[in-house]
Design a protein. Structure first.
Length: 192
């Protein structure tokens, strides 16, 4: 005869049966180069770091007091600068990286980006490690890589300090949003 007590004795809720759930634990690894200072860099990368420092001068950052400068080198040798541009309506501002990249999109359509440097400065405290990019900028950088079919070298420069160098945005944003079925997959046809 079935009884309530018998039911609870033999019933095992599904969420307790964990041994049958298939799960693979995976990981990403990132290759990057670390330099103690810009003196260790190749001449063109060192020069680009100094350009990024110059870009700090155009930062409009009265709210965060955190200046960010970017210098982007194109295959033709041109260097395009960008700096963070803040706004009283905070979300309306834009990071230095995207300011530079969208300038390139508008002014140098079809240009190939070789490398870019990001640096930062604030009077409020001493920055002791290289400042890296936000996720939104990484997604935009990934779009430029897709468009040009070539990886971008990214350097993070701590002024008077260390430099980190990464080749390719995938290393910085391994789960980058990609969906080739959206829009035209032949991005070359959209180059200016
Ligand atoms: Zn950003």
């Amino acid at each position: 005869m079935f009884s309530i007590s018998t039911f609870f004795l033999y019933y095992v809720p599904p969420h307790f049966i964990v041994g049958t759930i298939a799960m693979n634990k995976l990981n990403f690894s990132v290759d990057y180069e670390a330099y103690e200072g810009i003196e260790e860099l190749a001449a063109n990368d060192k020069s680009l770091c100094l350009d990024a420092v110059q870009a700090l001068n155009t930062s409009w950052s009265p709210y965060s007091n955190f200046k960010v400068g970017t210098a982007v080198r194109l295959a033709g040798g041109e260097v395009v600068l960008g700096s963070n541009q803040e706004n009283l309506a905070y979300p309306s501002g834009l990071c230095a990286e995207r300011v530079a990249l969208f300038t390139i999109g508008a002014k140098y359509p079809g240009a190939i980006i070789e490398s870019m440097v990001i640096t930062a400065h604030t009077d409020n405290f001493k920055i002791t490690t290289p400042v890296t990019c936000c996720g939104a900028c990484l997604q935009v950088m990934a779009e430029f890589e897709r468009k040009q079919g070539k990886e971008i070298g990214v350097l993070f420069y701590c002024i008077d300090g260390k430099v980190l160098k990464v080749q390719g945005i995938k290393s910085l944003l391994p789960f980058v949003f990609v969906e080739d079925r959206l829009g035209n997959t032949d991005l070359t046809s959209h180059r200016g």
